[in-house]
Design a protein around this ligand. Structure first.
Ligand code: GAR
Length: 199
């Protein structure tokens, strides 16, 4: 029986969330889908190395070369279509997608964000900056959120969340690592399995 959903993972950097998905596929946490494509908007992303090691086809799409957001998104749509992709996962993908892209794939695009939405999210909140903002504010609990992507940055329906405690002496880097280990790398694979199994 092979009715697994085809998953594309969009990345920009280190790709530890991509790695968590690859590992979850190997260990049987993800059984209803298969990562068949990785797309990066950064040719130097270490995530591409992780894809190659796991024998997953990858592609690089550069906005700079394509000249416009429209052409950039068009190239991604072409790749998704050519590869019969059912589910798109944004795993540290640091480019905001327009409504013309997101509206093509309602409840088919999943994003992981390193805070408890609606705190510390939206335009300008990405990567380490999210943790800097949480520490600056002085919250005692943060976490991660996996949600569907719509036209509002970090505004789509929430799929899963997990809380993580802030500890005395945390730096943005230390907090980022704890949020990844305790929350992101767990709820992202679990959410991907949930969405694929319910499709
Ligand atoms: C992760 O913490 C992810 O949640 C965050 O960037 C990091 C990427 O790490 N994403 C965002 O901030 C999106 N708004 P990774 O490349 O090692 O998965």
């Amino acid at each position: 029986m092979n009715n697994k959903k085809n998953i594309a993972v969009l990345v920009s950097g280190g790709g530890t969330n991509l790695q968590a998905l690859i590992d979850a596929q190997k260990s049987g946490i993800i059984t209803s889908g298969k990562i068949t494509l990785v797309i990066s908007n950064n040719a130097g992303a270490y995530a591409l190395e992780r894809a190659a090691r796991a024998d997953i086809k990858s592609a690089v799409v550069l906005k700079r070369e394509l000249g416009s957001q429209e052409a950039f998104e068009g190239a991604i749509v072409d790749l998704l279509t050519e590869n019969s992709i059912d589910v798109i996962v944004l795993a540290g993908f640091m480019s905001i997608l327009s409504e013309s892209f997101t509206s093509r794939y309602p409840e088919r695009i999943i994003n992981v964000h390193p805070s408890l939405i609606p705190s510390f999210c939206g335009k300008g909140f990405y990567g380490l900056r999210v943790h800097e903002a949480a520490l600056e504010y002085g919250v005692k609990v943060t976490g991660a959120t996996v949600h569907f992507v719509n036209e509002i940055p970090d505004g789509g329906k929430i799929i899963m969340q997990k809380a993580v405690y802030i500890e005395d002496g945390d730096t943005p880097e230390v907090l980022q690592k704890r949020v990844m280990e305790e929350a992101e790398w767990k709820i992202l694979p679990a959410s991907v399995e949930k969405v694929c199994s319910e499709m």
